[in-house]
Design a protein around this ligand. Structure first.
Ligand code: C2E
Ligand code: CA
Ligand code: CA
Length: 615
């Protein structure tokens, strides 16, 4: 009765025991007391097949963790583990069924009882009771041992379950690598453990961020299964070059991170990044596809760990700043953090925060620059160009903030604001202008990745009551050149909203005339760098004139940007370019002059036209 109560109480404890070892000790002690044995032993089968002592109670106990020498096939422990049945021997020295167990005999043990510790799936170990007197353990003894073995089984399974959950919470399921939480935790541990900067340890800590280049395109072109496969492959390859005690983690998406410690200097860290680049270089096979990706590396190296200002988040922020630099420099680059970056990171963060405020407080303004027909200078469209009415810095041009918007999480909201606002403003003018005019809105390449874009574009037109066929989206070559797979779908969906597509800045990107033949566009804008050379620069003139011929053949409208002189205007007209846009005729303005008469007079006089004021 008392025994039954003790077992019940132990079973209860087993469900919540944080320290299975303590529970083992209690269980073994109860078994010893109930059976009058001298020793109680719990042994456990490890994942590698070794049998270890989990706990032992008795005089001269074997320490926990001792590996039992079970090389002999006929050991009584292996017998229990394999058969899953209890084993009783009155005299181990002369038992023909088993080899004499030295660890027991050497301590004067002669009689034993062993029962399996049975888990849900397999036998996890064995519980043994041993006596230094020659005796035969009874059926009741076996029953006691079995009851306690089941308590031990519960405790072990619970511990394994807790360990599984802990592992899940701290690891990335796709790659099995540590996740962000564990990464930061390890980094914090390293930083608190390391001596301060005045201690003599010359080595440092390197923190590295590794971000795949153009991973999104892999997903788009080959599908998510391919993307996942690639991430796993990259994780495995990176793991081959880091040391076992370094922490390689996947922080999320296509971003991996590494803590290396100790690392002698910055140069060693860079060498490691090069090795990582090398192992990642060979294409990864996925079905019949060979997928190559490069990665960008941003790292920081900190000597002697922890100065008061150096925290895990701080180091990660530095590595992130370096990664940002690496990404800005193109793909496959390695950058190490330095103080200059810190200043520019701080600036960038500040601008990002300011941009959020600008969105919230309506500090953006739309200006419009007319596009005119070359021959009679009638306004055929306007291009919407955003400005930032900054509370202290005045009116800022897009060059000063668009690149930051594009790299931040604000692009979606910002792009939507631009679309809605310009549709609304232009719809209002449409009531008062006689001729139809188009509204061209610039899109950043990354906006094409937004699955909600077509919906937003449709909605902005509808909400503003914009006349059908008015909206045009301007995209640069690099955005359009990716028009395969998902991108092409995005373009098709955009066309379905009724919007037309113009190719912007022609001549600055990959610039191939042949590309024009298969893009879903209605007009091409020649970049102002080509217009600037007219009419003197013969190469520019040749490109412009062949572009004009080709556009005519393809039924595309050709628009020349950045027309600044009447000579340029004359040349473009003579060559047959249909539309022009530039400071000669108009500056972008909140309320552009959509009349034709003034300019007609000016151009008829053939005089250079002084650019109007404004930005
Ligand atoms: P873009 O699309 O090539 O726009 C034309 C730029 O050329 C405008 O600069 C315009 O003011 C300028 N420009 C027009 N005529 C002349 C001229 O005769 N001479 C010279 N030197 N420049 C001329 P802005 O407004 O500073 O915009 C710069 C770029 O910022 C734009 O280049 C466009 O790529 C981007 N951008 C502007 N607004 C938006 C927007 O709302 N969304 C996005 N995603 N990008 C925008
Ligand atoms: Ca444009
Ligand atoms: Ca342009």
């Amino acid at each position: 009765m008392i025994l039954a109560e003790a077992v019940a109480e132990l079973s209860h404890k087993a469900l919540s025991a944080d320290e299975p070892e303590e529970l083992l000790r209690e269980s073994l002690q109860i078994a010893i007391d109930a059976t009058g044995a001298d020793y109680g032993t719990a042994v456990r089968r490890m994942p590698d097949g070794a049998i270890r002592v989990a706990h032992e109670v008795g005089p001269q106990p074997l320490p926990t963790g001792t590996t039992l020498p079970l090389a002999e096939e006929r050991s009584y422990v292996s017998r229990v583990l394999e058969t899953g049945r209890p084993f009783v021997s009155a005299d181990l020295r002369h038992d023909p069924r088993v080899a004499p167990p030295q660890p027991l005999l050497s301590r004067g043990i002669v009689s034993s009882l062993a029962v399996p510790v049975r888990g849900a799936e397999n036998v996890m170990g064995a519980l043994g009771l041993h006596s230094r007197h020659h005796r035969r353990f009874t059926r009741d003894d076996v029953a006691v041992a079995c009851a306690l073995a089941s308590v031990v089984a519960t405790a072990w399974e619970q511990a394994a379950q807790r360990e599984r959950l802990r592992h899940q919470a701290l690891h990335d399921p796709l790659t099995g690598l540590p996740n962000r939480t564990l990464f930061l935790d390890r980094l914090n541990q390293i930083l608190t453990r390391r001596p301060g900067s005045d201690a003599g340890d010359p080595d440092g800590v390197a923190v590295m961020l590794i971000d795949l280049d153009h991973f999104k395109e892999v997903n788009d072109h080959f599908g998510h299964a391919a993307g996942d496969h690639l991430l796993r492959a990259v994780g495995q390859r990176l793991a081959t070059v880091v040391r076992p005690h370094d922490t390689l983690a996947r922080l999320g998406g296509d971003e991996f991170a590494l803590i290396c410690e100790p690392v002698k200097d910055e140069a060693s860290a860079v060498r490691l990044a090069r090795r990582m680049q090398d192992v990642c270089r060979p294409p990864v096979d996925f079905g019949s596809n060979h997928i190559s990706v490069s990665a960008s590396y941003g790292m920081t190296w900190s000597p002697q760990g922890c100065s008061p200002g150096c925290s895990a988040e701080g180091l990660l922020g530095e590595a992130d700043a370096a990664l940002y630099r690496a990404k800005s420099a193109g793909s496959g680059q390695i950058r190490v953090f330095d103080d200059r970056m810190e200043r520019s990171t701080r600036r960038r963060r500040q601008v990002e925060a300011d941009l959020q405020v600008a969105l919230d407080r309506d500090q953006f303004r739309m200006h419009y620059q007319p596009v005119r027909r070359s021959d009679d200078l009638a306004v055929v469209g306007v291009e919407a160009l955003v400005r930032w009415q900054h509370p202290t810095k005045g009116l800022l041009l897009p060059g000063e903030f668009i690149p930051i918007v594009e790299q931040s999480g604000l692009l979606g909201d910002f792009g939507e604001w631009v679309l809605r606002m310009s549709c609304r403003e232009v719809a209002r003018w449409q009531d008062s202008t006689l001729e139809p005019l188009w509204l061209a809105v610039n899109l950043s390449p990354r906006q094409l990745n937004d699955p909600l874009l077509p919906e937003t574009v449709a909605d902005a037109q509808r909400e503003a009551g914009l006349q059908e066929g008015t909206l045009v989206l301007e995209l640069t070559e690099s955005a359009l050149m990716m028009s395969e797979g998902a991108h092409l779908d995005a373009l098709t969906l955009l066309r379905k909203t009724g919007a037309r597509l113009f190719l912007d800045d022609f001549g600055t990107g990959y610039s191939s005339l042949t590309h024009l033949t298969h893009l879903p566009i209605q007009a091409v804008k020649i970049d102002r760098s080509f217009v600037a050379g007219l009419p003197v620069n013969r190469r520019n003139a040749a490109v412009v004139s062949s572009l004009i011929t080709l556009s005519e053949e393809l039924g595309l409208t050709l628009i020349a940007e950045g027309v600044e002189t009447s000579e340029q205007l004359r040349t473009l007209r003579t060559m047959g370019c249909q539309a022009v846009q530039g400071f000669l005729l108009d500056r972008p303005a909140a309320n552009p002059d959509l009349e034709r008469s003034r300019l007609e007079r000016l151009s008829a006089s053939g005089a250079g036209v002084a650019p109007s004021a404004g930005r």
